[in-house]
Design a protein around this ligand. Structure first.
Ligand code: SF4
Ligand code: SF4
Length: 301
């Protein structure tokens, strides 16, 4: 049996190839030269996790179109992402510090930042809020992805009192271009369209809550297939009655009238369906009022 001997450099290159096949563009091994070779000319992305369920990461990673491999391997250089990076512990934190020192990246925040006490969320032995201020200060732009990062979301309703990125940065006098891409979770197309527009240098018109108008210009209600029944005041009151299947879900707590998103147009799960088509009332997950001011979700307020 033949034995092949690798130099350290060859080993790291081989490891980077393996990491790339797993969807990683940078291996957090601390070899700056090789890392720069793999990320040269590609816009850097740093993805930080606040108080989250990782649902937005799951949503983005689950997309079939666009091809995720093209995005991760060819379009951007993901410098830090707790869920998908190869490095862990101190090695991962080193990668984050290295990216912050270089600056100029797109900073993505998934999850909220606790307002009640910074000890609710610590990373690398220190409050996440300190590292987020540091990362935000060196970023070219910030994307607050998902309801929690945008406006506090579900964690705002609980003891930690989650804050959205813009609210938090305003308190700490950090001024950066920021776009909110809310949702619980974020829709992968909302994310990719916004990132691609940013990378192309296109302007991204936003509404009063900093949501891209391309996807948040209309209410869910305006495009809902049950709208005719809403206008006729034909409401579903009994989930078990097949005759009521397509009636308006207003009395079951639907927030579609007050919720801006194009879910009925682009649908979810790569165009398969959306909440209303799946007989679930819109929970209003793209609005700043979600979740605390929209709950209980299944009752008309
Ligand atoms: S189900 Fe909701 S979004 Fe659809 S028509 Fe009724 S209130 Fe509007
Ligand atoms: S239909 Fe409503 S609850 Fe469902 S994903 Fe769209 S905005 Fe969120």
């Amino acid at each position: 049996m033949k034995t092949r001997v690798f130099t350290r450099r060859q080993f790291i290159k081989l490891s980077m190839g393996a990491a790339a096949s797993l969807g990683l563009t940078k291996l957090a091994l601390g070899d700056k030269l090789l890392a720069q070779e793999s990320t040269a000319l590609k816009p850097a992305v740093v993805w930080m996790s606040g108080q989250d369920c990782t649902g937005c990461t799951e949503s983005v990673l689950s997309v079939l179109t666009p091809d995720l491999r093209d995005f991760i391997l060819d379009t951007v250089a993901i410098r830090y992402h707790e869920t998908i990076m190869a490095g862990t512990g101190h090695v991962a934190e080193f990668a984050l510090d290295e990216a912050i020192a270089e600056g100029g990246y797109v900073l993505v925040l998934e999850g909220s930042i606790p307002a009640a006490d910074s000890r609710y969320l610590e990373v690398g032995g220190a409050p996440l809020e300190d590292k987020f201020i540091e990362a935000a200060s060196s970023a070219a732009a910030i994307l607050a992805v998902g309801a929690c990062a945008a406006y506090g979301g579900i964690p705002r309703a609980g003891v930690p009192d989650g804050q959205g990125a813009q609210y938090f940065l305003d308190k700490h006098n950090v001024v950066k271009p920021l776009i909110n891409i809310p949702g619980c979770p974020v829709h992968p197309i909302w994310f990719f369209d916004t990132v691609n527009a940013f990378l192309a240098g296109n302007s991204i018109p936003v509404d009063q809550y900093k949501r891209p108008l391309a996807h948040f210009n209309y209410t869910v209600h305006q495009n809902c297939h049950r709208k005719g029944n809403y206008e006729n005041q034909s409401y579903l009151v009994d989930w078990n009655d097949p005759a009521q299947k397509n009636l308006c879900l207003l009395l079951k707590g639907c927030k579609g009238v007050d919720t801006h998103a194009d879910c009925p147009l682009i649908k979810w799960n790569d165009g398969v369906n959306w909440c209303g088509e799946n007989n679930a009332p819109c929970a209003g997950c793209t609005e700043p009022q979600f979740y605390d001011q929209f709950s209980p979700l299944f009752k008309k307020q």
